[in-house]
Design a protein around this ligand. Sequence first.
Ligand SMILES: Nc1ncnc2c1ncn2[C@@H]1O[C@H](COP(=O)(O)OP(=O)(O)OP(=O)(O)O)[C@@H](O)[C@H]1O
Ligand SMILES: [Mg+2]
Length: 353
Amino acid sequence: MILANKEKVNILSIETSCDETALSFVTASGGLKKPTFVVHGDVVASQIKLHQPFGGVVPALAKRAHIEHLPLLFKEIVDGGMRPEELDFITVTVGPGLEPALWTGIEFAKQLAEQYNKPLIGTNHLEGHLYSILVSKEKPDPKKIFPAIALIVSGGHTLLLQMDDLTHFKKIGETVDDAVGEAFDKVARMIDLPYPGGPEIERLAKEGNPMAINFPRPMVGHKNYNFSFSGLKTSVLYYLRDSAKAKKDIVKADIAASFQRAVSDVLIKKTLRAVEEFDAKSIMISGGVSANRTLRAEFAASIEKRFPIKKDRPELLVSEFSTDNALMIAASGYMDYLRGKEYKIEADGNLNL
Ligand SMILES: Nc1ncnc2c1ncn2[C@@H]1O[C@H](COP(=O)(O)OP(=O)(O)OP(=O)(O)O)[C@@H](O)[C@H]1O
Ligand SMILES: [Mg+2]
């Protein structure tokens, strides 16, 4: 166990859970009361172009690219001024994600930890998304934002959490089938948009009418906080098939806009219901799909409508670092350090919260 006894710690973080190789070097201070991060280095090597021809991430290619990029990114961080001797610890994502990809980061981190004789902290990628809010420019004040509702919407996960404070939280809902990002990617493929589909759908949706097609809002009326996106995805498929049969014109922009609206309706309705039930003072949104500006704007508008009086209105905190990056891993590694949480230093593709 690494004792959290220093006011300021220098952290090197490493992320390789999917198709981004990322490293960051930060100084963290302030503890759980006021976690503060000074960023000295933050680098990402994206593999989007590598996987694009295959329409999705190919694990063996991802592994090879991580192995190639890790030493180059490390050199970039060192050239940017990091002296490995000054590190207090190294933190690395151990899951969830693609295991062959996760192992590359873990092995690299282990080597560095040994070479420079530094402690190594394994951390959870999902907590990384959650804590990415802490490294955003608009730093939330932990004294004012709890209880909170957190929504994590990424390529592999859709989670709703109720948080009492930074480190005490409970999962209240999750997807029972596809993740939101996965649904975006699959629907994009149906209308011939390249991988990753989320940003492409968002772009095309700007030219379409979100009311054109009435796609279902799965589980929106259910009392629980779970989500389902597989049926919505299938209804897009049926719409395409039926339109082709009937020789009806297909307006892809309308499909993109209507699909996106159906997704945001469900996410917003469930999140706001949780806000009311748990009397939340803030809503934190993170994960790749939270990069979607239309979703952010609809969230903001719905919050205003539902809470017309400003003092009753929960604060909307959207992560600036939505898609995979290493700053969020530094933040979750710091949280692990502070609370003495230890994950096994081995890849766990299915690690959950
Ligand atoms: N602007 C956007 N609109 C909608 N979806 C988006 C947007 N930008 C990215 N995405 C989606 O976000 C997902 C990638 O997010 P992220 O990097 O957080 O996921 P991941 O790391 O693959 O999965 P996980 O974090 O669950 O392990 C992809 O499915 C992508 O299509
Ligand atoms: Mg992710």
